[in-house]
Design a protein around this ligand. Structure first.
Ligand code: LMR
Length: 400
C-alpha cells in the first residue's frame, strides 16, 4: 500500500533545522529555528529548570495517570501568569484550562474544539503567520481566511488594512492573534491598537484565539500579556494557547496550555467537558514532566524569582542583539535602513532580503535562516556578529 505514496515536502522550519544539522562547516551559524542561544551558541537548560528537576526526582511519588486536563496546579499557575492573579475571569471561574503537549497541542486541540462546535467554522490568520499555524488549524477542518498584517516594503504593521479586512468577517468567526512577539515578523500591536482590535471584535461578535508562545521575551511578563488580558476583560468568549518552550526553555518537553473563556462559569464548564472529550479521543492525556517542572518553579518563591531573572537576561540579551546588529550594519556602511529590527520584539524579524540572498548566505557562509528571510535574532552572539554583518553586507552588495 505504501508504494503508492509520494514524499511530502517538509515543514520549511524543520527542513532548515535538518539542513543545518547536516552542515559540517565549523563556521555554521543557525538563525533558523526559533530557539534561544547563549553567547556560546548553546541552548542550555535554565538553572531554575535544573533545580526543579532535582527537586522533582526527590518528591515525585507516582507516575499514575492524570486525566485529560493534566495537572490542576500547573494549569492554575499558568492561568495566573497569563491573565494575572487577580483577573476577573479567574475569580468568576470563567477559565477552563488544559495542559497540552506544547503550544502546538494547544492550538490543535483548540481548533478541534472549535470545529466540533460548527461544521463551517472559519478562522482568520495574519499574513504572514507561523508556517505551522495553517496545518494545525486547517488540519482540524477549520476554514482559513487571511488578514493583512505585515508590510514587507515598509517593515511595519499594516494595521489599517488588517482592521478593514476584519470588518468583513462574520459574527461567530474566530481570529487568531499573536499575543506578543509576532512570529515571523516581530511586529507587535501597540496598546492603542489592541484596544481598537478589542472594540472591533466586540462590535462584530468575533471570537479571538490568542497564540502566546513567547510571553516574557518581548517587553516583560506582564507587558507581553497586555493584549490577552485586555481581551479577557472585554469579550465574553475567547481561546488562548500558550507554550513553555521558549520562556522556560522546555522545547523538547512539549509543555503548553489551552484556555477556554466562556461568558459565565456554567458555559465555561460545559465547553471544558467538550474539550476534554476531544483530548481523550486524540491523545488521552498530556505528558507530565515539563508541566511538573513549571509547576515546581512557579509554586516556589525562590525558584520563580530565579526563573524570572533568567528570563529577563534572555529578553535583555535579545534586545541588545537587535541594537547591536542595527548599529554594526550601519557602521559597516550598509546602504540600507535596518533600524526596524530595533523596533521589533521577540526572537524574529524579516531581514527583508531576497530568497537568492538567503541562499547565498547559506552557500557561501553556512548562515542559515528561513527562505522568507525570517531570522532568529536570538541565534546571534557577540563573537559571530561581525562575521554575520560582513557576510550580509557582501551578499547585499553582490546580489542586489
Ligand atoms: C519557530 O517558529 O521556529 C519555532 O516556533 C519552532 C517551530 O516549531 O517551528
Amino acid at each position: 500500500m505504501f508504494e503508492a505514496l509520494n514524499p511530502l515536502p517538509q515543514d520549511p522550519i524543520l527542513a532548515m533545522m535538518a539542513r543545518y544539522q547536516r552542515d559540517e562547516d565549523p563556521r555554521k551559524l543557525d538563525l533558523g529555528i526559533g530557539v534561544y542561544k547563549d553567547e556560546q551558541g548553546n541552548t542550555p537548560i535554565m538553572q531554575a529548570v535544573q533545580k526543579a528537576e532535582q527537586l522533582l526526582l526527590l518528591k515525585e511519588t507516582t507516575k499514575s495517570y492524570m486525566g485529560p486536563a493534566g495537572s490542576a496546579g500547573f494549569n492554575r499557575l499558568i492561568a495566573e501568569l497569563v491573565f494575572g492573579k487577580k483577573h476577573q475571569v479567574i475569580k468568576d471561574n470563567r477559565v477552563i484550562s488544559a495542559q497540552t503537549p506544547g503550544g502546538c497541542g494547544a492550538l490543535r486541540m483548540g481548533a478541534e474544539f472549535l470545529r466540533g462546535l460548527n461544521d463551517t467554522s472559519r478562522i482568520w490568520v495574519s499574513t504572514p503567520t507561523w508556517a505551522n499555524h495553517l496545518p494545525l488549524l486547517g488540519g482540524a477542518g477549520l476554514e482559513i481566511a487571511e488578514y493583512p498584517y505585515y508590510d514587507y516594503a515598509e517593515k511595519t504593521l499594516q494595521f489599517d488594512a488588517m482592521m478593514a479586512t476584519l470588518e468583513k468577517a462574520s459574527a461567530g468567526d474566530f481570529v487568531l492573534i499573536h499575543g506578543c512577539c509576532h512570529n515571523p515578523s516581530g511586529a507587535d500591536l501597540s496598546r492603542e491598537q489592541w484596544q481598537a482590535v478589542a472594540a472591533l471584535l466586540e462590535r462584530k461578535g468575533l471570537i479571538p484565539f490568542i497564540d502566546m508562545a513567547y510571553q516574557g521575551l518581548g517587553d516583560g511578563l506582564a507587558e507581553d500579556a497586555y493584549g490577552v488580558r485586555l481581551l479577557a476583560d472585554r469579550l465574553p468568549e475567547m481561546l488562548v494557547a500558550t507554550s513553555c518552550s521558549k520562556n522556560f526553555g522546555l522545547y523538547r518537553e512539549r509543555t503548553g496550555t489551552l484556555f477556554l473563556i466562556g461568558a459565565n462559569a456554567e458555559h465555561t464548564a460545559n465547553a471544558g467537558s467538550q474539550l476534554f472529550s476531544k483530548i481523550r479521543s486524540h491523545y488521552s492525556m498530556p505528558p507530565s514532566h515539563g508541566a511538573a517542572i513549571v509547576e515546581t518553579i512557579l509554586g516556589d518563591y525562590k525558584l520563580s524569582h530565579l526563573w524570572q531573572q533568567e528570563l529577563q537576561e534572555m529578553r535583555e540579551r535579545i534586545q541588545y542583539l537587535r541594537r547591536s546588529l542595527v548599529r554594526k550594519l550601519a557602521n559597516a556602511g550598509v546602504d540600507r535602513d535596518f533600524s526596524f529590527i530595533q523596533q521589533q520584539y521577540g526572537m524574529f524579524s524579516f531581514l527583508g532580503i531576497t530568497p537568492e540572498q538567503v541562499e547565498q548566505l547559506r552557500i557561501k557562509y553556512s548562515i542559515y535562516m528561513i527562505e522568507s528571510s525570517r531570522m532568529n535574532v536570538a541565534g546571534l552572539n557577540d563573537k559571530r556578529m561581525d562575521d554575520f554583518v560582513s557576510a550580509l553586507a557582501e551578499v547585499l552588495q553582490q546580489h542586489s
